[in-house]
Design a protein around this ligand. Structure first.
Ligand SMILES: O=P(O)(O)OC[C@H]1O[C@H](OP(=O)(O)OP(=O)(O)O)[C@H](O)[C@@H]1O
Ligand SMILES: O=c1cc[nH]c(=O)[nH]1
Ligand SMILES: [Mg+2]
Length: 209
């Protein structure tokens, strides 16, 4: 699918299988989400620009590559986005962080916004928006609308599971934002849940159901 990168790495797919199982515990789910997010982070940052700095090894000096983590913003869509955020920050501790509070109304499936915080100079940074689930796409579309209103220009979206309906909706509103996902699932059910999916990511992470 155009504009979508599916991260097929065997370790990602294996961990995702365990996360999907309904008998996986809250603690197990949370640990796996953190682990898988480091692997997804590796892929979503694969083509980032590196610069060089002069360093001294015990033997000699050299120009050595570095990634300027400070130029990155990880934008977490609450709550479930925080599960991906933690592992990403393990790999890029100097990244800046944005929190976007959005939940979807269970009846209408429309996004309800309740919080927004982002670095002032977000227009100069690459923003990687994270949320495990792209279902109808309404939540991620609203979050990215908000980031763009604040000036963000260079944005990527990273999730664990995406539904084809959600991808189409997302592309309509944000054709400039590439999607990275571990899986494109089959479809949405009548309640807007991803099938086969993994259930409600926030509830599974935090044990709220
Ligand atoms: O693509 P959509 O149809 O908008 O659905 C996806 C959204 O639903 C879930 O959040 P939820 O509303 O359950 O909020 P929570 O993380 O606070 O539980 C998920 O983490 C996404 O943010
Ligand atoms: O399947 C779904 C759809 C939306 N949000 C979730 O957490 N899971
Ligand atoms: Mg939820």
């Amino acid at each position: 699918m155009d504009g979508v990168t599916v991260i097929n790495h065997p370790l990602v797919q294996h961990k995702l299988t365990i996360m999907r199982k309904k008998e996986t515990s809250t603690a197990g789910f949370r640990r796996l989400l953190r682990e898988i997010s480091t692997l997804l982070c590796y892929e979503v940052t694969r083509d980032l620009e590196i610069t060089y700095e002069e360093i001294e090894t015990p033997i000699t000096t050299m120009q050595s590559p570095i990634l300027e983590g400070k130029k990155l913003v990880f934008a977490s869509i609450l709550r479930a986005g925080n599960g991906l955020l933690e592992g990403m920050l393990d790999l890029v501790p100097s990244a800046r962080v944005s929190h976007i509070g959005v939940y979807r109304d269970h009846e209408t499936l429309k996004p309800v916004e309740y919080y927004f915080k982002a670095p002032e100079d977000i227009d100069e940074r690459l923003v990687i928006v994270v949320d495990p689930m792209l279902a109808t796409g309404n939540s991620s579309i609203a979050a990215i609308d908000k980031l763009k209103e604040r000036g963000a220009k260079n944005i990527r979206f990273l999730c664990l599971l995406a539904a084809p309906e959600g991808i189409r909706n997302f592309h309509e509103f944000h054709p400039d934002v590439p999607i990275f996902t571990a899986s494109i699932d089959s479809h949405l059910d009548e309640n807007g849940y991803i099938v086969p999916g993994l259930g409600d990511a926030g509830d599974r992470m935090y044990g709220t159901k």
